[in-house]
Design a binder for this molecule. Structure first.
Ligand code: SF4
Length: 461
């Protein structure tokens, strides 16, 4: 069992600052619009020779019937089935195009459907996307097929269908069980709805069942959130993600409907997060990264203990397919040492695909220095550990030689008991897990140079 650790509010206050989530390094705001469809084609072709190297695939299904007020996703609100159908046809073209350029490189180890609401697609449209993926690529027998589901709209029949299609991992959007909070968020779903959906998932044999919660939502109080956390624990999920609500009314117009006076104060928000860490670690869950938790026998906890946990845009994973193809609007891929992102707007995405190209609108080719820093940040974010000899083997130089200045900047983390160093490497201590983003920021060459007028990141807590 991981050591339980109450996170002191004064430390949350001290380290709460704008900072990246490090789902990628370098982070998206520093990518360039010079990375385009032509470079993507070239990169896919160059990587086609690695026929044994498995790939991961992310599929973005952006549609929802109505918008939750806290939503920060790239979503298209529609009931127009023609629009949905033409998007599916565009995705199929994108899948087939990627497959052609990848030549004999066909192995798929991980495939995720996110959104939006992926189950917004009816089974016929789902068949079209999945059929295209399965005929274009070669899914490995142990491939992880995962999907995000909304308990309000996903039926037992849909779950049966997904299981028959080979889906084996599922993530359920919960956010909070309190009815006042739900009304203030414009998303009402009962505990019973979530309970029966999870029961059905278990019956069907889904593994690694995840629920998403959010702290910092309107009307949340430490008392109400503690009750919601107890209800979440009663469901017995294998995994839990507890995200911070990013209130960005200037950028997300729909969030303006949330009354500012309904939001918890910053100190209350810290308390909400501290309660969540305390409840889940206290109940025996392992803290995975800053805000994810998994049961000790879940494969994420086991992989973390063995130092082989990975992280990509789909979250934490045990699959060693570091290269990923992004499909659909706003999706991100990583291949041949470069990131590629598709247009976030549905019309631009559709136009690009219909013109015979890919919909790439920005990305980044990583330099040698980027790759070194990416390795360190990923090691700390995933495994809470950096192994000095693995670093030296990989990059032909010693950690201390390369990061003399950055290592010197870790002093406050050692002083606050977040980190320890041995001859083998750096290890993040239990208290430091909550502040892993702050520690990772030490190694970010772009963030430390960025000017105050530069990109805005959500706060670390
Ligand atoms: S269901 Fe998810 S993606 Fe859709 S509006 Fe709500 S939060 Fe956003």
């Amino acid at each position: 069992m991981q050591q339980q650790q109450i996170v002191p509010i004064k430390l949350l206050r001290k380290y709460d600052r704008p900072g990246p989530r490090y789902t990628s390094y370098p982070t998206a705001p520093v990518w360039s619009d010079r990375v385009d469809s032509a470079l993507y084609v070239e990169t896919l072709k160059e990587s086609s020779g690695q026929v044994e190297a498995p790939l991961a695939i992310y599929n973005h299904i952006p549609f929802c019937e109505r918008r939750c007020l806290y939503c920060g996703c790239n979503t298209v609100i529609t009931r127009n089935q023609d629009r949905v159908r033409s998007y599916v046809h565009q995705m199929k073209k994108e899948i087939e195009r990627a497959s052609v350029h990848l030549g004999d490189r066909k192995k798929i180890a991980q495939c995720h459907f996110g959104g939006g609401t992926p189950t917004y697609l009816d089974n016929d449209l789902f068949d079209e996307v999945l059929g295209s993926l399965k005929s274009s690529f070669d899914f490995q027998p142990d491939a992880e097929l995962s999907i995000e589901v909304d308990p309000r709209v996903t039926t037992p029949e849909q779950l049966e269908y997904l299981r028959q299609c080979g889906f084996n991992r599922i993530s359920v959007g919960v956010q909070d069980f309190n009815s006042e909070v739900q009304v203030a968020c414009g998303r009402v779903q009962s505990y019973d709805q979530v309970f029966s959906l999870m029961e059905k998932c278990r019956q069907l044999g889904f593994k690694g069942i995840n629920i998403d919660l959010i702290y910092g939502l309107p009307k949340q109080t430490p008392e109400s959130f503690a009750v919601s956390l107890n209800q979440a624990l009663k469901l017995g999920p294998d995994r839990v993600a507890v995200y911070s609500f990013a209130y960005l009314p200037k950028m997300k117009a729909h969030q303006r409907k949330i009354l500012e006076e309904d939001l918890p104060t910053t100190d209350v928000k810290y308390e909400l997060f501290a309660i969540a860490v305390d409840r889940f670690v206290g109940a025996g869950y392992h803290q995975i990264g800053m805000d994810h938790f998994a049961l000790p026998d879940d494969e994420l906890s086991i992989a973390q203990s063995d130092g082989r946990l990975h992280r990509n845009f789909m979250g934490y994973t045990v699959q060693s397919a570091p290269e990923m193809i992004g499909l659909g609007l706003s999706s991100i891929g990583y291949i041949g040492g470069s990131f590629f992102q598709n247009y976030p707007a549905i019309d631009q995405y559709g136009e690009a695909i219909n013109s015979g190209k890919f919909a790439t609108y920005r990305g980044m080719k990583l330099s040698e220095d980027d790759l070194v820093r990416q390795f360190v940040i990923n090691s700390l974010m995933c495994n809470f550990h950096l192994d000095f000899s693995r670093f030296a083997d990989r990059f032909g130089t010693g950690y201390h030689d390369y990061f003399k200045e950055e290592h010197g900047n870790l002093t406050e983390f050692f002083d606050d008991d977040f980190l320890e160093e041995s001859d083998q490497g750096l290890a993040i201590k239990p208290l430091g897990r909550t502040f892993v983003r702050n520690i990772a920021m030490t190694y970010d060459a772009y963030f430390n140079k960025s000017d105050p007028a530069g990109p805005t990141f959500s706060r670390t807590i």
